[in-house]
Design a protein around this ligand. Structure first.
Ligand SMILES: Nc1ncnc2c1ncn2[C@@H]1O[C@H](COP(=O)(O)OP(=O)(O)O)[C@@H](O)[C@H]1O
Ligand SMILES: [Mg+2]
Length: 355
């Protein structure tokens, strides 16, 4: 048996802990975001004194640490107190008021939501929440179909801090005035990391994920530079992992520039965000756009209807706006004989965000 043990512990694998390269891994420290985390803590601070907290809109492009910084703050808060309860909701998955309220109920361990309407569930949730203080984090809010729940929470929950995370600063300007006037949020910007910071973050990950001394310097530099250029740390994590796998496949004990180049080729083959995440209908619409790129939105809607699409024109337009936000399509205003129209084009620019 010691024979096997030796094998597993030998340098046969370059990875010490591959999980450290997954996108939702939370490292012990989140460097270069101290100022933002302090800002979050300050918004939460009044809750410690039994007062209402402050609200925050956290914005910045994909892959700059918005989610991880928030989760880190939550972790520290949980270590500090049981009286302030953080709830984290990803609005990509929970994209309607009903789904968000159900999710909150579930996070509060309330199980009897079946056959209940949104208002009924909210009444119960409200009673539960008003016994304590809450930090409510809504991530990816730009993916929401409606945000009535924000109004409901702002109106009915006494002690809370609401954090809204978005890729688009402008998202806030489009908020309903009745929500805006109650939210009065502070803004917290996450800028892309500098080259030096990107190096630092990836270097930290390497120490978690790989055995010592498996990375050749120039191989690492290549990855860190490319990541800094693209501005999304996920790219770096992806490249670190792919290069490591390639090196292992070649039975190499070191990860070299050659392995990184192979990983970079894979990255270049990446098209836009894979559409597997999308709801079926969205994928259906996207397929129509791919086949008819450059057509007018009205004509695309006709094709959609002819193929059995059931959305209204308004809802179809909304979907188009969303696809534009997610960089799947480009919308261009055009003036024609019949008045203004929108031309829809498929976005062919390669982009690596969530995958
Ligand atoms: N300052 C940092 N320190 C350590 N890891 C980071 C840092 N910033 C981002 N990351 C990592 O990069 C990836 C993307 O970060 P994330 O917070 O998900 O980005 P965003 O929410 O801004 O799209 C995650 O795996 C995260 O752990
Ligand atoms: Mg995020």
């Amino acid at each position: 048996m010691s024979l096997f043990k030796d094998m597993l512990h030998s340098d046969e694998t370059l990875f010490k802990n591959e999980i450290a390269l997954s996108y939702d891994f939370i490292p012990k420290l989140v460097p270069y975001r101290e100022q933002q985390q302090r800002h979050m803590a300050l918004c939460i601070k009044p809750l410690f004194n039994d007062m209402n907290g402050r609200n925050l809109i956290i914005h910045g492009p994909p892959g700059v640490g918005k989610t991880v910084a928030c989760k880190h703050v939550i972790k520290e808060l949980e270590e500090e107190t049981d009286d302030i309860i953080p709830l984290y909701v990803n609005c990509w998955q929970k994209n309607t008021t009903y789904k968000v309220i159900c999710e909150i109920a579930e996070l509060l361990d309330y199980k009897f939501i079946h056959n209940k309407k949104t208002d009924e569930i909210f009444d119960i949730v409200k009673k539960m929440m008003n016994k304590k203080a809450f930090v409510l984090i809504f991530d990816e809010v730009d993916k929401l179909e409606d945000y009535d729940f924000l109004y409901m929470l702002l109106e009915s929950i006494y002690k809370k801090s609401i954090f809204l995370i978005t890729n688009y600063k402008e998202w806030a300007t489009n908020l309903d005035s009745r929500v805006k006037s109650r939210l009065v949020p502070e803004m917290c910007e996450f800028r892309p990391y500098s080259k030096q910071e990107t190096h630092g973050i990836l270097d930290q990950r390497i120490s978690y994920a790989f055995h010592d001394n498996v990375w050749e310097d120039d191989a690492f530099t290549l990855i860190a530079d490319r990541t800094a250029k693209l501005g999304d740390i996920r790219t770096g994590l992806y490249l670190l992992k792919e290069a490591g796998i390639t090196a292992e496949e070649k039975a190499s004990r070191r990860i070299t520039k050659e392995h990184v180049e192979a990983a970079l080729t894979k990255l270049d083959n990446f098209s836009i965000k894979p559409s597997d995440n999308l709801e079926d209908d969205t994928k259906f619409i996207l397929d129509i756009i791919s086949e008819n790129s450059g057509e007018k939105i009205g004509d695309l809607f006709k094709i959609y209807q002819n193929r059995g699409g059931e959305r209204s024109y308004k809802s179809f337009q909304r979907k188009m706006k969303k696809l534009e936000q997610d960089k799947f399509v480009i919308l261009e205003k055009s003036q024609g004989i019949g008045g203004n129209t929108t031309i829809v084009k498929k976005n062919t620019v390669k982009r690596l965000t969530e995958f």
